[in-house]
Every structure is written in C-alpha cells, then in structure tokens.
Design a protein around this ligand. Structure first.
Ligand code: UPG
Ligand code: MN
Length: 742
C-alpha cells in the first residue's frame, strides 16, 4: 500500500556514505492501536443502545430526538475513525545536513525556484512580502542557483515598486547576512531581535528603515510618485499601469528585477534572480485563484530557469532558517526515495501567537500532529506554503511523464539563455496569458489542480493518488514563520473557506473516501477524509449544543441515568476522546491552556464557520453562487492587537456567524440555570445529570462570549445587534421546543 522501500527503521544515502536522514517510529503506536480497538467496541455498544432506544421509542418526539442523536453520533464516529489513520503509524524524522557537503559539491547542488504569492497590497502589506522574499534570497545556498518569482494577483504597481526597492536593498542585505552569519534573514525579524549594535548594523538598519518609509508612504498614498522613480528602466515598467489597468483586467507584467550572472551585491558576489510576475487577467476568463497563479509561475519559471526544485511560499511565510534548502537536499539526494518523492512539507508555524492562542490558529493537529501520522504512511498533505516540490511531480505519475503542450515547459528541458533574452521573455509572457490554459491539461493532469478552494490540499491529494509520496520535515528551529489571523472573524472566515474547499473535494469525482481509498489504500484515504468532511462536524456540534439544553430546560431527560451502566459508556466515550486529544496535544509540545483554547475553537467552529461553510457549499451545489477565495488580512490594527495580546476575543462587527454562536451561548447559560434549579429540586436528578454536565461544560467554553456581551465596553465587544438578534432567536427556539417537548 505505501512505499515500502523507504520504510525501514533508518534510511541512509548509500550503504557506505554518511547518513542523510533517519526515521524512527513513535513509541506510542502500540498504545494507540489498543485504545482504538477498545474505543471501537465502545462505539459499537453506543450504536446498539441507539438502535434499542429507537425501536422502543413510544412517542414520535422521542423517536426524532433519538434519531438526531444517532445521526450526530454516526458523524462523530465517522470522523473518529478517519482520525485513527494518523495514530496507526506516526514517525519522527531527523536530517543530517552537515553530511551534505561531504556527499556533493556545492556547485552541483540543484537549482531552486521559489514562488511567492501575494494578492492584495491592502490586505498583504508589500513590506511583508518583501521581507519574505529577502529571507529566501539570503538562503545559505549558492546564490546563482536561486531564483525568486513573486506572483502578484493584486496586479499592483505598489507591490512592484516595493520589489524595485527590495532589489536594491538586497545588494546590501545578502552580503551583510553572509558576513555576520545572521540567522534571522527577514530584516523585520532581525531588527526586532536582540542583535549586536555596531556601526555596520546601524547603517544597514537606517537603509532598511528608509526603504520601509518609502514603500509604506507609496502604499498609503496609493500611487508611486515621480520622486520615487530612480531610473528609466523602472519608469518604463511602471508605465504599464495605464488608466485601463485594473486588478481584474490587465495585461501580463513580467519584470526582471535582478539577474543572475549580471547583478552583483556590494561585496561583488552574484545576486539571485528576482522576477515580478503579474499574470494577465480578464473578467471573462476564470483565473482559479492561487492555483492559477502558481501554474502561471510554474510555466513562467520553466521558460526562464526551469529549476528541478520548487519552493512555494505564501507572502507572509518568511524563512526562519537559512539552512533549510540544504536540509531538504537530505531527502532530495537520497537515491532510494528520489524517484517517488513529490514534495517535502514543513509545518506551518507562526509568530505572534498570544499565550493561550485564543483562536487556536496554531492548528496543531493540522500542521504538526497529523502530518507525523501521515508521514508513516505515504506522507503528509500539502499545506500551501513551506513546501519543496520536485518539478517533475507536476507532470504525471512517477512512472509516466505527461508532457506539456510545448517542450520548453517540460521538467527536463534545459534553459540555456539568460532570463532577459528576448525569446525567453516573450515565451514567459505568452505562458502567463489568461487564455493560455484553454484546451490544455493544466489544472487537471498537469500542475496545481483546479476545482477546490483548498488548492493545496487538493493538489497534494491528487499527487498522492498518482503514486507520489511526500515527506514531513519538522526541524527543531522552525524553517518558516507566518502570520495568523488576529481576530475571530478572520479566523472563522479562513476556516469557512477551507471547509467549503474541502467539501468540494469530498463530493467530487475524486472523493477521498472512494477514489482516495482505492488509489492510496485505506489509511491514507481515511486520513484525507478526516479533512474532506470536516464541515460535517457542525451537525453533531450544533446538535449537542442545542438539543440536550432545550430538553433540560423542559426537564426532559435524553441521556442514560447515572445509575444505568450506559452512563459509564457515555462517560468513557466523552472523556476518552477528550483525554486522548489532550494527551496528544500536550505530548506534541502544547500547553494545557492552548489545548483548552483548541477544544473551545473546535466547538466555536462547529457552531459558526463549519455550519455556514456547509450551507454555502449546499447553496453552491444547487447553483446559487457564493464568494471565492477571500484573502485573509495580514494587516495589524494596533488596538486590536493589544486586545489580542491580552487574550480577549474580538467580535466588534456584526456577522451571521456570531449569531449562531451567541444563540448557543445564551441557550446553554439559561438552560444551565433552569436545569440546576430543577436538578436541585426535583426527583429526576439521575436523569438530568449528564445534560447538566454537558451544558455546564459548554457554558465554561462560552465564558468569553458572555464577557463580550455584557461586561466589555471596548471596540471588540459583541455588537448589540448581534446580542438582540440572538436573544430573539433563542427565545423563539425555546418556545418551539416547549411546544414540541411537552
Ligand atoms: O487569488 C488568489 C488568492 C490568494 N492568493 C495567495 O494565497 C496565499 C494564501 O492566502 P491567505 O489569505 O493567506 O489564506 P490562508 O487561509 O491563510 O492560507 C492557507 O490556505 C490556503 C488555501 O485556502 C493555502 O493556499 C495557503 O497556502 C494556506 O496557508 C496568499 O499568499 C495569497 O496572496 C493568490 O495568490 N491568489
Ligand atoms: Mn495565510
């Protein structure tokens, strides 16, 4: 099922050479499997009880209540089963980059094309993109082997201007980093760190700050003033922004800002290639969002450099370790895995998270824990950034090369002209055209795949279905660091986009559960399904946040009594799942506090973005179109970021997603109080205990929401409108429930 040949305990470069990497299975594998077996039995017992209750229900209401719980538990069980894929064979890898140069001369290292995507100068400040680019241009890797391509889907002269400045600054920054062995090669990070202050560092800092001022001023005013244009070359490039030029409708702009073997830094070394690409856009042709942008880069870079290695980065993911490409070579150069290896994925890690990570944007399961599980099978899913690809992987299965329509784009074509040669530039412009892909295999058989808002997940999935394998590389020092959403709505919006994109895969011809299982084997298929059906979690989460509470309010018991043996089954299922999750989280390097946030966000997402994502997906599938790829804002508002650092939830603006959430908060609190009174006074203590316990736990989770509704006066509090709407809807729900339940 999985690539057996590299599944030994340790894999080495060759029998005699020093090891390049090793692999060690997790010690918890045995325990995980035993627990999975026990838990499976418990789930079977639960369904036995459900079936029994269903058959014995005396009223229609109790029948429907049981049926709802049954369906919810079915979904939970399905998701649980999918998640087990990650627990069956987790592995840990280690690389030995120090052995690389003993195995290969630097001059023989493979060339590397870096793709950086940006889409909006207002949501993604150009200075941030520049920092990302500089951090990779300064890699400890032969500079003449590095080419950085920036894709600007915002089609913005502001971004181009920022890169013109960056090109000039790079001539100082790169030799500075090399000479002083700087570790933080993103200037922003370096100057924020505790660097030694010498005349040299002060000089370069002033240079950086003045560039920053120029770029930020240009972004603020929205245009590149004449006083900022220093050469005719730049003036000519910027002249493409005529009055007809809009972000949805404009010709291709490809600007070579630095050229290898031509431009040198202040120390006389070659600089890497730096190329700005804004593909042609037209309102009448689909552009396929980020996947479309990446495919344009794949082709434009093929025309210009065609490096066998490709690194894809989001604009906010700067390099945090200059040694990363050499670390990657530990896998790329290994002849035992080389032929089947498609990509090496690094975890997404973030800077600026607050202590308890209130929005759980660390996504520990998604980016850190589950990939370790996948890695013991055929490898992790692609997460869009911090990933090194072999170019070959985009062109058919490991065994059969699928050739693109023109030979210059095929992965083995050797470019032997400079990137500024007339014919090279012409070809690059041609392949960046918005109609270029018509009647070709791009997006279906070649390149990044179209058809899902989570192009990363979908592309990785399709590659693995073709028989490619991948590797999860998680060095101690984070290789890349990025931004997380600093407010709740952004975090939920991002998750909603993911939820929709994943459902698009789940219900496509290439569904993970059918096609995926067939192509990759059961465990890989289940692992991918764990994500694909993510949004379905909204059904059980919503059910468990409303139904038992409404029943509790009316004194109706829907769970087993404390004295019944079934009670222990429920407790085991509940505590077992939460306990194991917590253990995984903490053993994976997390804190209890962050785990608490993580489980709270799980509930919040179930009640908001997954629910709305599911609805939007259903609307989309019956033809009611909804929005596309909404870029997450990376702009930091000072006041907001202060509240974030204090660990306060940010509501502030009204959103339907907050309404369902607030409704659940209100209903749980109210039912908890009523329930407690009933519990203390009535005879049915045993029957109501579990409902009271559940409601109490949800109330605990909702504390920040009550605070935002009633106790805060800052701008991030819950909008009054939302509170009123939610209260009204909650009362209506109570009214309906008491009619039905009584
Ligand atoms: O039409 C578009 C839309 C987005 N982007 C770029 O895509 C990247 C990711 O966008 P972002 O708004 O930051 O989305 P996130 O949800 O934070 O990104 C995660 O999820 C995306 C899929 O939804 C993946 O593409 C990303 O790699 C992954 O980090 C950014 O660099 C954007 O500039 C484009 O180039 N063109
Ligand atoms: Mn992002």
């Amino acid at each position: 099922m999985e690539g057996h040949h590299l599944r030994g305990c340790s894999t080495t470069y060759s029998a005699h050479a020093l090891p390049l990497h090793t692999l060690k299975p997790s010690r918890r594998v045995g325990l995980n499997r035993v627990f999975a077996a026990v838990y499976t039995c418990a789930i079977i017992a639960l369904f036995y009880r459900h079936a029994q209750t269903l058959l014995c229900s005396k009223t229609l209401v109790s029948f429907y209540v049981t049926l709802t719980l049954f369906i919810s538990d079915l979904i939970l069980a399905f998701m649980w089963a999918n998640g087990q894929a990650f627990r069956m064979r987790p592995v840990y890898r280690k690389e030995y980059p120090e052995n690389i140069e003993k195995a290969m001369k630097r001059s023989d290292f493979p060339a590397l094309d870096v793709f950086i995507c940006t889409a909006d100068p207002w949501k993604e400040p150009p200075m941030r993109v520049v920092n990302t680019a500089l951090s990779v241009m300064a890699y400890d890797y032969p500079t003449e082997k590095i080419s950085v391509y920036v894709s600007d889907d915002g089609g913005s002269a502001l971004t181009l201007f920022a890169f013109m400045e960056a090109a000039k600054f790079a001539a100082h920054w790169l030799p500075f980093c090399r000479k002083n062995n700087v570790v933080e090669r993103s200037p922003d990070e370096y100057f924020a760190s505790n660097y030694s202050r010498t005349p040299e560092t002060e000089k370069i800092k002033i240079m950086y700050e003045s560039m920053k001022v120029r770029v930020e001023h240009v972004v603020e005013t929205g245009k590149v003033g004449e006083e900022y244009i220093t050469s005719d070359h730049d003036r000519h490039a910027l002249s493409k922004w005529t009055d007809e030029f809009t972000r949805q409708n404009h010709p291709t702009v490809i600007q070579v800002l630095l050229e290898q073997n031509k431009d040198t830094d202040v120390a006389g070394h070659w600089l890497p290639n730096l190329v700005y690409v804004s593909r042609q856009k037209s309102k009448t042709s689909p552009h396929h969002f980020k996947a479309g942008a990446l495919n344009v880069l794949l082709r434009a870079s093929a025309a210009m450099t065609n490096a066998p290695l490709i690194l894809t980065l989001d604009c906010d993911m700067y390099s945090n370790d200059p040694g990363t490409p050499i670390r990657v070579l530990c896998y790329v150069l290994d002849p035992e895995i080389q032929n089947k290896l498609a990509y090496i994925q690094f975890p997404q890690e973030f800077h600026g998270l607050n202590k308890s990570d209130i929005y759980a944007c660390e996504h520990k399961h998604l980016f850190k824990l589950n990939p370790i599980g996948f890695d013991g099978l055929s490898g992790p899913n692609y997460v869009g950034t911090g990933c090194f690809f072999r170019r070959r992987a985009f062109f058919g299965r490991p065994s059969t090369l699928v050739l693109p329509e023109i030979k210059e784009l095929s992965p083995d074509y050797v470019v032997n002209k400079p990137i500024t040669a007339q014919s090279v530039l012409e070809l690059a412009h041609h392949v960046a055209g918005c109609n270029y892909e018509d009647q070709t295999k791009w997006g279906s058989k070649i390149g990044f795949r179209y058809g899902s808002l989570v192009e990363d997940y979908y592309t990785g999935f399709r590659l693995q279905c073709e028989g490619w394998m991948s590797i999860f590389c998680c060095p101690e020092r984070a290789a890349f660091l990025g931004d997380v959403p600093f407010n709740l709505l952004d975090a939920l919006g991002q998750n909603k986009r993911w939820a929709i994109g994943l459902l698009e895969v789940a219900f496509s011809r290439y569904s993970t559960i059918t096609y995926g299982v067939k192509a990759m084997g059961l465990l890989m298929g289940l692992g991918y399904s764990y994500y694909a059906f993510w949004a379905a979690l909204s059904i059980p989460v919503t059910t468990y946040s409303f139904l038992p509470q409404l029943a509790l309010h009316d004194g109706v018991s829907i769970f087993p009594k404390v004295s019944e043996p079934w009670f222990f089954l429920y407790m085991f299922l509940f505590l077992g799942a939460y306990g194991q999750d917590c253990l995984d989280f903490v053993l994976g390097g997390g804190t209890i506090q962050r785990w608490w946030s993580n489980q709270r966000m799980w509930m919040i997402k179930g009640l908001s973005c997954y629910l709305f994502g599911l609805t939007e997906f259903l609307l989309k599938s019956i033809g009611i179109s909804t929005q596309g790829f909404n870029v997450t804002s990376k702009v930091i508002d000072d006041e907001q970021s202060k509240r974030y650092d204090q660990g306060r939830f940010e509501f502030g603006v009204p959103s339907p997603m907050f309404v369902t959430l607030t409704m659940a908060a209100i209903i749980n609190l109210f039912s908890f109080i009523c329930g407690l009174v009933k519990f203390l006074n009535c005879s049915n203590k045993e029957g109501l205990f579990m409902q009271l316990f559940l409601t109490g736990s949800i109330v605990m989770n909702c504390l920040p929401i009550y605070q935002a509704m009633a106790l805060r006066s800052d701008k991030g509090k819950m909008p009054i409108r939302t509170t009123i709407t939610a209260t009204f809807l909650a009362s209506a729900l109570y009214a309906v429930a008491s009619i039905i339940l009584k």
